[in-house]
Design a protein around this ligand. Sequence first.
Ligand SMILES: Cc1ncc(COP(=O)(O)O)c(C=O)c1O
Length: 387
Amino acid sequence: MTNWIELEQKFAFEVFPKRDLVIIRGQGASLWDDRGNEYIDCTAGIGVANVGHANPDVVEALHAQAQKLITCPGIFYNDARARLMQKLVRAAPQGLTRAFLCNSGTEAMEAAIKFARLTTGKNGFISAMRGFHGRSMGALSATYKYREEFEPLIPGHQFVPFGNLSKLEAAIETDTGAIILELVQGEGGVRPADPDYLKGVQALCNQNDVLLIVDEVQTGFGRTGKMFACQTYEIDPDIMTLAKGIAGGVPMGATLCNDRIASAAGKHGSTFGGNPLACAAAEATIDYLQSHGLAERAAELGAAFVGRFNTRSPTVVREVRQLGLMIGIELKARSRPYLEKLMLAGVLALPAGPTVIRLLPPLVISEEKLLEACDILADVLNQDPSA
Ligand SMILES: Cc1ncc(COP(=O)(O)O)c(C=O)c1O
């Protein structure tokens, strides 16, 4: 049998810390390795496979579109793209009327930063400590971690503590053009914002004529119990960035803008952005999410998970944080050894910082499977991971 780990190690210019696992197949909320072992997937490709792996409607849409037209640059109009944009805007918070399509969350944020600058003519941005918005030089400038070795980044970006309204207010200057926030910090440890804080942020933006950019790359597409977390928190951003769950696993990002945002015609672009193949997958994904009520399901299943987990409450757990099927379990110890034990026990989960276990299962996961994963996790957390 080919050793895929060796082969990949030989040729990859590695950037990710890797696990000793070769995933070769997925279906719904299950993944299989190259030895035929099945895992309950609580990663969903890091919050991507919201409609499940190999979702049949997405597969069918990809197949049909691939036979018709795979690529079509933005210099032409296209039927699949037009349909998707209409669907996306209709599903989005009211006021977001236009979409720029790209290929990842980082690109969506890069575009958001550029569009904000074009609109305001200002270079100042404020984002949150522990926030994550991507790794290109622009998106990284708004990201709290992973930056030191790459500085100098784009000047004018400053950070304030997430949830502290008075520090945010004090940071606003005449050159501040936009505030960039996740509504639930994902990579930063699964931290849902306080609703009053977000209401305050919205008010500060309005009072100071500052744009609000909300990053829903991880929280979007049903993950947190509504199609978008903005709808839970009743926030009206000027710009919303999307990616991950948008197209059932096919790479895609989107930057949605309201009517305040100035046109960037002739000033930005992407060869692959809005290609018909990704658009067809995204259309099928949004249809599936809506027709199967997956956002509501995420709300119910997330509550069921926490209810069950709290009956076990292993002593190593410091806190459980959750919105929909975005679940963070903060430990009093490092999470890595527990994640490895969990993998050996047949459940795949993610870290979010050094001490948090993050669960982002596909929203199609059955309640039975989710609670099985919950019990396995509680068992693993009740044991010494070095044993
Ligand atoms: C909130 C948020 N924004 C942006 C990104 C970057 O997205 P991508 O990895 O698709 O570039 C991520 C990725 O994890 C994210 O969680």
